[in-house]
Design a protein around this ligand. Structure first.
Ligand code: KG4
Ligand code: ZN
Length: 346
């Protein structure tokens, strides 16, 4: 019989994403049929961060055109959609409500079931859309703007939290230190780009802490790093030495400190679980230095490391559609459409 087609809607923060996924009729592997994405980054940039009310209003404006675009790209009529998945949380309440109300209403009108999806499960499963997907079980390093977690993923729906951040997320650490260095929002990609121009000799002279590196567990803490960078920035400013060269060196030093901790804990999680596959997901997974360092560290351990395609690292509808589809085929009962509820702090 025909594999199901699932529509996915993501609207938890500042990206509106819509996508259609199915399973390959021959191999059974997940396949992306089409997707459309709108990022609000430019709109929020002037405020130095996401403005929740503006985010909600923009999701409302974008979601219907994005659905039309997705259906056209996939060449799939709306009537062929078997179920609708949407991000139910965690995220901004108003932003989540847009996707939830849209998905529930559309499913009600089409008389199709809905699949409320946890945003992080979407990130976690996104590498399964790659051309060389990982097999279960694996360790997942989830590094986004809101979360930093290590998970044991045994199969779809079977996740064990191994460790997480006690304060700031890795992406937040990138964004906050980028702000201290006068870089725009979101700071992660900008900081990483600036770091590539740094003078290695100067970088080596900047000593930044590696929080929790030797804590013996799989917990993280990044708030102290931000304070350490602030101290260095203020000292350089006082000496009139906060040149572009110095800012680039500080950016590289921050990136190294964050990546050192992420890589060391990921390797420790592989050792602790005895697993030999590491999957990286979330926006920080787009960081080139993190990717290179993880590849080298995993080669040394004869472990394999998997990354989602760059375009699927940050928020998107495809990962939500995929999580819904995999839950559906794994037997998770879909919900009857109608009414809507979101879990901002899920
Ligand atoms: O997963 P995501 O799109 O949204 C959340 O669910 O949070 O992640 C966004 C985060 C931001 O903190 C952003 O600065 C960071 O991912 N990020 C990066 C890079 N690209 C995105 N951080 C470092 N280097 C990058 N290349
Ligand atoms: Zn995300």
């Amino acid at each position: 019989h025909k594999p199901p087609i699932v529509l996915g809607v993501e609207s938890s923060c500042d990206e509106t994403g819509v996508a259609l996924v199915t399973l390959d009729a021959v191999s059974g592997a997940p396949r992306l049929l089409g997707q459309a994405l709108h990022t609000q980054v430019a709109m929020h940039a002037a405020y130095g961060g996401v403005v929740p009310e503006l985010a909600s209003r923009d999701h409302i404006r974008r979601v219907v055109p994005l659905l039309r675009q997705t259906l056209a790209a996939a060449n799939v009529p709306l009537a062929d959609v078997d179920a609708i998945a949407y991000t139910a949380g965690p995220g901004l309440a108003g932003a989540l409500l847009v996707g939830s109300a849209f998905a529930e209403a559309l499913a009600f009108a089409l008389d199709k079931p809905v699949l409320p999806v946890h945003h992080l499960e979407g990130h976690l499963l996104s590498p399964l859309l790659a051309s060389q997907p990982p097999a279960f079980p694996f360790v997942a390093l989830l590094v986004s703007g809101g979360h930093t977690q290590l998970m044991r993923v045994t199969q779809v729906g079977d996740y064990e939290l191994l460790g997480e951040t006690l304060d700031d997320a890795a992406g937040e650490a990138f964004d906050k230190t980028a702000k201290l260095l006068g870089l725009g929002y979101p700071g992660g990609p900008a900081l990483s780009k600036l770091a590539e121009t740094a003078d290695p000799g100067l970088v080596a002279e900047i000593k930044l802490p590696r929080p929790m590196l030797h804590s013996g567990d799989l917990e993280f803490s990044f708030a102290g790093l931000k304070t350490a960078v602030l101290t260095k920035v203020k000292a350089a400013e006082a000496e009139g030495a906060l040149s572009d060269v110095m800012r680039a060196a500080l950016a590289a030093a921050v990136e190294q400190a964050i990546v050192d901790v992420l890589v060391a804990k990921s390797v420790q999680a592989l050792r602790q679980t005895g697993l030999s596959r590491l999957v990286v997901a979330g926006g920080v997974g787009a960081n080139r230095y993190l990717r290179q360092t993880l590849v080298t560290a995993c080669q040394r351990r004869k472990a394999e490391v998997y990354f989602p395609e760059l375009g699927l690292c940050t928020d998107n509808g495809a990962m939500i559609a995929l999580a819904g589809l995999l839950r559906l085929v794994a037997g998770t009962p879909a919900k009857t459409a109608g009414g809507f509820s979101v879990k901002p702090r899920w």
